[in-house]
Design a protein around this ligand. Sequence first.
Ligand code: CO
Length: 133
Amino acid sequence: MLGRIDHVGVAVADLEAGLAAYRGALGLEVEHREVIASQGVEALLLAVGDGHVELVAPLGPETPVGRFLARRGPGLHHVAYAVADVAAELERLRAAGVRLIDEAPRPGLRGSRVAFLHPSAAAGVLTEIVQPA
Ligand code: CO
């Protein structure tokens, strides 16, 4: 079962420029910054209420986020839902016939475990499920 929305992912070409927008007038503060080499991104978590905005910048053009930026430009990239057990939820979704991107959970920010569902599973929105550490 999906829990609350954990974060919204925003793709940016440059983290500092993205941060300037979100920290400036919007007033969000940085809570965490991390390179996730296996996903080809550097990410910033900005705190807002009990959720986060996750700015993701590609480590290179031939990464999923790099290709996303080339195709669509910066903007909303994914919505992430918290789950208690990412492996069990992934199995439930697979059994329900949901099209997956990840066949198994992989490392996410701050020791979390995450998996991505194909955008066709959620009306065109790339969807992440995340089990916090
Ligand atoms: Co995310």
